[in-house]
Design a protein around this ligand. Structure first.
Ligand SMILES: Nc1ncnc2c1ncn2[C@@H]1O[C@H](COP(=O)(O)OP(=O)(O)O)[C@@H](O)[C@H]1O
Ligand SMILES: [Mg+2]
Length: 591
């Protein structure tokens, strides 16, 4: 390993400044990155008190030479990046030479290290960045850092830190990222003395996924490998029989670094659209290998958000390839083999790259599809309504006229009779659609209402986020936020969109920020998504009783809608079962 040197001030100024150390999770991120950079094959992380009380990171890497001791905790002292040109070709993870300095300034630090070449190691202890103890010790090669009482001298920061539970959640996520991005390293993660995971190492990525997420998910994974232009893409993705309620299991790694890139993730989600239920999300572990020169990692101080040259094109092609693969899988399982054999551990199924034509049902806007059989049933039942509407488009309200309410079943479906048919309305979907169109109309005509908070909330954000908000103040107020910048890292929230609860409004604010970080975000699309989500949460839940009077009102409202036939996610909200179909079900007639 190279020895530590100070960078030129010219270079250090070039590097995105910013608070590296925002939370225990970010400390762990920096320290584990250091261990990785030091060629470790085993890294152990031990946490107490959400990382605020203590953090211990031990590795079996190259170690630090005792002659470098005076430089370790110096700002901009690094062994990793010394020439200006290096900045555009960053291969190692750390590159700012300020992590240890920043951490030492806000905590009590002990550092133990030994290089292989020397018979002994050293231990130093620091407080407020000043060394107060140093000794020679016997130790195995490698480095251990113990950080205690993080932010002890920054009471302000401590106050804005999240609950221990959410600190642990963030740390866990950071550890997941490392385990997934470095299957060659054996990670051992212990929290409050409890082993959380111990990955196998030895480049066994399937083994890592199995260790982190268990068998259920593992058995639904498809392996893939493809090349788009100069970008090598490999990874695992869930098949159509497995999905999650949010995007949290959608991972992207570029050159073995966990990153966020909406464009690529969105395009992968797009590949599953209409193949799994709306509001559900596939799982993927996507690994891109690209020339470091085409990745801009310096976008954000936390080094998470990257831009990749040509990412739109890559996303499009990736989405297309994926969709074909998924169709292919789907059409196979419709054949003789109803159930595929369980793959042996550590060997997810391969999918080849040959392509097939998407089946016709892609043209139908039916989204609820757990299995093919179920899909076909839904298709038969709702075809009448959608077809009738599509070809004729004469009177989309016709179906709702003169419906005779029979009752509610399963606490969710309203049953009606008319002429020689039975009609089912999904009460949740119907109500959701009514709310949705209402909101959209209000939003289109003017801005959303704001609701003042009795006690304004102070949100602690990063400098960069505060700057973003400052630049987007108009967008936020159009949305119904009443915000005031209260310092370099504090935001005063005086009012929130009246559509939302405070918690939702805070989440949305952060989501908006994430989106604004991308240059090509689409404000309108985002707004629509937020409104869909909100309508969904606010709508009458499935599984609740409804009075006949409310049913009447629901029908009336449906007849005022622009599009009364599908829910905001595109699923049918009314389904018809003709007497003929009933007769078929009872075999009173043949086909
Ligand atoms: N676990 C470790 N093993 C070996 N060397 C380390 C380790 N942690 C830190 N170092 C040394 O300390 C230097 C400073 O670390 P840091 O402040 O994180 O800056 P950077 O990682 O950007 O160089 C590193 O360049 C490296 O030489
Ligand atoms: Mg570092």
């Amino acid at each position: 390993m190279k020895r530590i040197q100070k960078m030129s001030p010219h270079l250090s100024n070039k590097i995105a400044a910013g608070e590296v150390i925002e939370s225990p999770a970010s400390v762990i991120k920096e320290l584990v990155e250091n261990s990785i950079d030091a060629n470790s094959t085993q890294i152990q992380v031990e946490i107490e008190g959400g990382g605020r009380r203590s953090l211990k990171i031990s590795d079996n890497g190259d170690g630090i030479h005792p002659d470098d001791i005076p430089l370790i905790f110096e700002r901009h002292a690094t062994s990793k990046l010394l020439k200006d040109e290096d900045l555009s070709h960053i291969a190692s993870l750390g590159f700012r030479g300020e992590a240890l300095a920043s951490i030492a300034a806000v905590s009590k630090v002990q550092l133990l290290s030994r290089v292989m070449a020397l018979p002994t190691g050293f231990k130093i202890q620091l407080l407020r960045g000043e060394t107060f103890h140093q000794e020679t010790i016997a130790a195995n090669p490698g480095t251990t850092l113990i950080i205690e009482d993080l932010f002890y001298n920054l009471p302000g920061r401590k106050k804005f830190l999240k609950s221990e539970k959410s600190l642990n959640r963030d740390i866990h996520e950071v550890m997941n990222h490392f385990a997934l991005s470095h299957p060659d390293i054996q990670f051992n993660y212990v929290n409050e003395g409890r082993l959380i995971f111990n990955t196998p190492g030895g480049n066994d990525l399937p083994g890592v996924i199995y260790t982190l997420y268990g068998r259920e998910l593992f058995e639904h994974l498809l392996a893939f490998e493809t090349q788009i232009g100069d970008v090598q893409i490999t990874g695992y993705a869930s098949d159509l029989g497995y999905y999650r309620g949010n995007r949290s299991l959608q991972y992207l790694f570029v050159n073995r670094r966990y990153v966020e890139n909406r464009i690529l993730l969105d395009s992968l989600n797009e590949a599953y659209r209409a193949l799994i239920p709306g509001h559900k999300f596939p799982v993927f572990f996507l690994y891109l290998s690209v020339d470091p020169g085409v990745v801009d990692v310096n976008v954000h101080p936390s080094k998470l958000v990257v831009k990749i040259e040509g990412e739109e094109g890559i996303g499009l092609e990736l989405s297309g390839t994926f969709r074909e693969e998924l169709y292919r899988k789907e059409s196979h399982s419709r054949g003789v083999i109803a159930k595929e054999p369980t793959p042996p551990a550590n060997a997810p199924r391969e999918i080849s790259t040959e392509t097939i034509q998407p089946p016709l049902y892609d043209q139908l806007s039916l989204k609820e599809t757990r299995g093919v059989k179920e899909r076909q049933e839904i298709q038969t039942l709702s075809r009448h309504i959608l077809d009738r509407n599509q070809e004729a488009a004469r009177d989309k309200y016709q179906v709702f006229r003169n419906l005779n309410y029979v009752g509610q079943v399963l606490g969710t479906y309203l049953i009606f009779e008319k002429e020689r048919a039975v009609f089912f309305i999904d009460q949740h979907a119907a109500h959701e659609k009514i709310l949705y169109e209402g909101f959209m109309k209000r939003y289109a005509t003017d801005s959303l209402d704001s609701q003042g908070l009795v006690t304004p909330e102070i949100l602690g954000l990063s400098h960069e986020e505060i700057r973003l908000i400052e630049n987007r103040m108009q967008d936020f107020s159009r949305f119904g936020y009443d915000l005031e910048i209260f310092g370099p890292s504090d935001l005063l929230v005086r009012g929130i969109p009246s559509l939302f609860t405070l918690d939702q409004a805070k989440t949305l604010l952060v989501e908006l920020l994430d989106n604004y970080r991308q240059e090509d975000y689409r404000y309108e699309k985002l707004t629509e998504e937020a409104i869909i989500q909100h309508s969904c949460k606010k709508a009458i839940k499935g599984n609740s009783r409804i009075e006949p009077l409310e049913v009447e009102k629901l029908l009336e409202d449906l007849m005022t809608l622009e599009d009364p036939l599908t829910c905001p996610h595109g699923r049918p909200l009314i389904v018809e079962l003709s007497s003929r179909e009933l007769e078929k079900i009872f075999y009173r007639i043949q086909r």
